[in-house]
Design a protein around this ligand. Structure first.
Ligand SMILES: [Zn+2]
Length: 205
């Protein structure tokens, strides 16, 4: 029991560190680090403080946006944060074997994958269709409320990333159990490109 409580505190502390890093990034600063020493110290293994699921978009790398370095974050990226057995398995590895106390789902403003799901829900183009198909139901739910244009895309982004928490709990007993036992906390967030800030949409804190 005390173990679980410690893990809970740790998850909150990790999120605090990420928010502080994001504030540095938003202000245009970064924390200088000696990468040679850091790289050598990580030779024997990794102990990242959080797992992050984020988009492949070149403008949204988690390490830079949270001002973190080598060994800090276990990052799983896919266009639009879409999930499949390998991306879920990657997150499960971080939870079950690296024992990260925090999982951050980080969507972002102006997401091309969400825009494609809004504009071309029936897209038939290689495996890109699988990405669009996964996001389209959330986009359709938001469209049914009467939203259009940019407002529709941004609201659909929040609708989809918020639904990922439920998807992960349903598809992964490893993640579901870790959350239920407070060994893992989860933050759903959205990155805003103009001001560089990460906004919290939901959390288990
Ligand atoms: Zn994106």
């Amino acid at each position: 029991m005390s173990h679980a409580i410690n893990q809970t505190l740790e998850g909150k502390q990790v999120w605090q560190r990420l928010i502080e890093g994001n504030m540095r990034f938003a202000q245009g600063f970064f924390m200088g680090r000696n990468l040679l020493d850091l790289r050598r110290s990580l030779h024997r293994g990794q102990k990242p403080m959080a797992a992050v699921l984020c988009c492949s978009d070149s403008r949204v790398p988690a390490e830079i946006i949270f001002d973190q370095s080598l060994g800090d974050l276990f990052v799983v990226r896919s266009a639009g944060l879409t999930l499949d057995p390998t991306t879920i398995g990657s997150l499960e590895y971080a939870v079950a074997h690296l024992h990260v106390p925090l999982l951050v789902i980080k969507g972002h403003e102006c997401c091309g994958a969400v825009t494609a799901a809004v504009e071309h829900p029936d897209l038939d183009e290689g495996h890109i269709s699988a990405i669009v198909r996964q996001i389209a139901p959330a986009a359709n739910r938001v469209r049914a409320t009467g939203k259009t244009g940019r407002d529709l895309v941004e609201t659909a982004t929040i609708e989809f990333i918020a639904s990922l928490q439920e998807t992960l709990r349903r598809e992964s007993s490893i993640i579901d159990e870790a959350l239920a036992r407070n060994l893992l906390h989860l933050v759903v967030s959205k990155y805003h490109m103009k001001d560089g800030r990460v906004e919290v949409i939901a959390s288990t804190f």
